[in-house]
Design a protein around this ligand. Structure first.
Ligand code: ADP
Ligand code: ZN
Length: 752
């Protein structure tokens, strides 16, 4: 043995933001070492480049032989770090579950501005308080009558209850001075008020605290509150119809957490809903106690909010998907609103689901997790039903709003369709509604890109014999393909379901664009707007569109599911669902669930104000359980039917899916790599979990994207643990992928 040299010094293990599973070790000097805790952001050299990394522990005394020194420490615990150290285990579990290296998980979870190599600057949260002016009570009689600016201002204020000075500035350039004069003369009162605006820049008026909870709410709170007090993990599903007061329950649970000296996290799937919750929570808990995190904020604002949270200054976070990573050190409750929403699933980079991560986070940080929705995901409801989660049902609405009238049009008997898509009854109702100055929403499914062939006689799409999913129709080759298992066939002579001849087949796959074009030709006087990812893909475009609709600048909106939730359009009196089958015939086992959820939500859009709303659903398959369940308001029946089908076909929640996507520029290479990986997956599966299944490889539904070919494999395992073990063994045996081929693993995929 060689003589032992003294190479000891301080070292730290670092998870670097690279696709590496093993941490790298570095040397660190005594001064920098003092700043380092678990999850502290560092800059470290990797193959000659500076890379972001995260410490996995405090520095330890060890041999430093062969180690490079770290370059910099980006966090300073005295000013607040990007992550609280207690989150390490949560991230380690997320990394294992989603099969993504820890360093990448951490880097991707940071907001823009903190995920780079720059230091954090902790700007404070944006204040949104405004000065408002209102008339002083009892002075109405002796107001000045003369035609001065002051008198005009007073008159203007008199018409409204109160007005923000910022809104008056365009008309009264010197409004601040004027307002102060009016206050000094005793005519007006100035006060500070929290002003929250919606996506269209309209002021939201948060609901006041209700005087009394409803009986159902009170019973629910009797179960939630003790769980918050116990400071232990427990999960709840609040299954409550729209308007049953779920939001009030989140608020009360958050208050209970704050009372215990802890913090709270409230997730909501999209910005529109986020703003509403933000307004409510700020109004009830105090402006400075609430932080928000969503994509509508500028990077600087997000960074500011982030640092306000991690420093402990702000105790409640309201945010969209990525807020599940908010740097709260001690949440006392996590609420997930609209838990079924697919917007919670991140599609690129790490494909996490924020609701599932919320549950994981609750386990790690010892707090209850409260999921709420009117239409629970089938997997969530199954968890509740099987006792893994506590179920709270709210069956009554707080305020009695009449449900819209529902009408189903059986397209097999509808007769001649106007423009090829409007049944006579929908067409007539549309014109009547617009004539009476109502607005109409024509609803289409965005995901209709995978066209199916539907038999117009029996209403069923042509399906895959191996997967019980719809086959995708390829017009060019006049063939049908299963994009899950690769099964392929020519168009059959007869319908396998009912025997109807080939002439009964009709491709479905209608787009918002073609509908808008045709409707404009048929009814040139209608004011039309299209609302989909093309016309309203970003925050700014969306708010513009919403404002157009709210200002009643359009008569008919042709929209995708972007419009199905959250927004509130008072003049909307008719919702027409053009092709309910389009959702049902998707090559995805969640097709029915998606259709059910969408229809339930779309139906909730019509006639919210003043009642009198109507929903017309066009379908070739009026007996389908998704349609019947949604239109007859029978969630239990829908669930029972759906869960039986899932069980029969071995789909979640009875199995766990992992989708593997291989992609590259050379198709043969991708296909070959996919075949090779499939072989290893099958071997690993046969050895570890004989009951599991590997499907594919098959070309993806859209096989070429940006000149890269995509092939898919699907692993159906019996448990999450089983899936992880099979994946590990198979990937280990497969070894490195051929040059130019990349693999993307999606655990619990939402889009197959
Ligand atoms: P949900 O989230 O279940 O759809 P909300 O929480 O939005 O329902 O509640 C619907 C409406 O009822 C809101 O306007 C809310 O302010 C009001 N509300 C909730 N709880 C009560 C209550 N206990 N008393 C009176 N109004 C209430
Ligand atoms: Zn198939």
């Amino acid at each position: 043995m060689p003589a032992k040299e003294n190479h000891n010094g301080l070292t730290v293990d670092v998870a670097v933001a690279r696709p590496l599973w093993q941490p790298l070790s570095y040397m660190v000097g005594p001064e920098l070492a003092k700043l380092i805790r678990p999850l502290t952001r560092l800059v470290v050299p990797v193959r000659g480049k500076n890379v972001l990394g995260f410490a996995l522990s405090r520095p330890e005394e060890r041999s430093t032989k062969g180690l490079k020194p770290i370059k910099d420490v980006l966090d300073d615990p005295r000013n607040g770090s990007a992550w609280p150290e207690g989150l390490l285990r949560f991230f380690q579990r997320a990394s294992a579950y989603y099969q993504t290296p820890l360093g990448q998980v951490l880097a991707w979870a940071l907001p823009a501005g903190l995920g780079g190599l720059g230091k954090a600057s902790g700007s404070s949260p944006r204040a949104k308080e405004e000065v408002v002016i209102s008339l002083r009570q009892g002075r109405e009689e002796d107001l000045p009558r003369k035609n001065t600016q002051a008198a005009q201002l007073l008159e203007k204020i008199g018409q409204a209850d109160s007005l923000a000075l910022s809104e008056l500035r365009s008309e009264f350039p010197r409004v601040s001075q004027l307002a102060r004069q009016l206050e000094q003369r005793g005519w007006a009162v100035l006060s500070h008020r929290l002003v929250v605006k919606d996506l269209c820049g309209r002021e939201l008026f948060p609901e006041p605290r209700p005087e009394k909870l409803t009986e159902e709410q009170a019973n629910a709170l009797d179960r939630l509150e003790p769980a918050v007090k116990a400071a232990e993990f427990k999960s709840f599903l609040i299954h409550g119809v729209t308007g049953s007061g779920k939001t009030e329950l989140y608020l009360r649970a958050v208050e209970a957490a704050l009372e215990k000296g802890r913090q709270a996290l409230v997730l909501t799937p999209e910005i529109g809903l986020c703003l509403r919750l933000e307004g409510l929570f700020r109004a009830r808990l105090g402006q400075g106690n609430v932080a928000v995190l969503h994509s509508g904020l500028t990077p600087a604002a997000r960074r500011g909010q982030w640092m306000a949270i991690s420093s402990g200054r702000v105790k409640v976070v309201v945010g969209a998907r990525s807020a599940v990573f908010a740097p709260l050190s001690d949440p006392g409750v996590i609420c997930v609103d609209e838990e079924q929403d697919e917007a919670y699933k991140q599609e690129d980079r790490m494909g996490y689901h924020a609701r599932d991560l919320a549950l994981l986070r609750g386990q790690e940080q010892k707090c209850p997790v409260v999921l709420g929705t009117a239409t629970p995901a089938v997997v969530t409801r199954h968890r509740a039903q099987s006792g893994a989660m506590e179920l709270i049902s709210l069956k009554k609405r707080v305020k009695d709003v009449p449900l819209p009238a529902m009408q189903v049009v059986d397209m097999r008997k509808a007769g001649v369709l106007a423009g090829g898509f409007l049944s006579p009854v929908l067409y007539a109702t549309l014109k009547k509604t617009v004539a009476k100055n109502g607005q109409v929403l024509l609803f289409l499914n965005r995901r209709g890109f995978a066209p199916a062939l539907i038999c117009q006689d029996c209403g069923k799409p042509l399906g895959c014999p191996h997967c019980s999913l719809s086959l995708t129709y390829h017009r060019q080759s006049n063939s049908l393909k299963c994009h899950t298992c690769g099964f392929q066939r020519s168009v059959p002579e007869k319908c396998p379901q009912c025997g109807a001849g080939i002439e009964a087949f009709k491709p479905i796959g209608l787009g918002t664009e073609s509908v808008a074009r045709k409707l404009a030709e048929m009814e040139p006087d209608l004011r039309l707007a299209r609302l989909d990812t093309d016309t309203a893909g970003d925050h700014r475009k969306l708010s513009k569109m919403l404002k157009l609709i709210l200002d009643h600048e359009v008569d008919v909106v042709i929209g995708t599911q972007m419009i199905s939730k959250g927004h509130h359009f008072p003049d909307l009196k008719l919702v027409g669902v053009l092709m309910a089958d389009q959702a049902l015939s998707l090559p995805d086992f969640r097709a029915a669930e998606r259709a059910y959820t969408l229809l339930s939500q779309v139906a909730g859009r019509a006639g919210r104000e003043g009642g009198g709303g109507k929903v017309i659903v066009q379908t070739y398959d009026p007996e389908h359980h998704a349609l019947v369940g949604a239109l007859n308001h029978e969630p239990d029946w829908f669930y029972e039917t759906e869960i039986a089908e899932r069980k029969a076909l071995n789909y979640p929640p009875f199995t766990r899916l992992v989708s593997l996507r291989l992609e590259g520029e050379k198709e043969e290479r991708v296909a070959k790599a996919a075949g090779f990986l499939a072989g290893h997956l099958r071997k690993a599966q046969a050895r570890l979990e004989p009951g599991a299944m590997v499907l594919g490889p098959a070309p993806a539904p859209v096989v070429k994207v940006q000149d890269r070919f995509r092939y898919l494999l699907l692993l159906k395992a019996l448990s999450a643990g089983g899936a992880a073990r099979i994946m590990r063994l198979a990937l280990h045996n497969t070894g490195p992928l051929p040059f130019g081929v990349r693999l993307r693993v999606d655990v619990d995929p939402v889009n197959l």
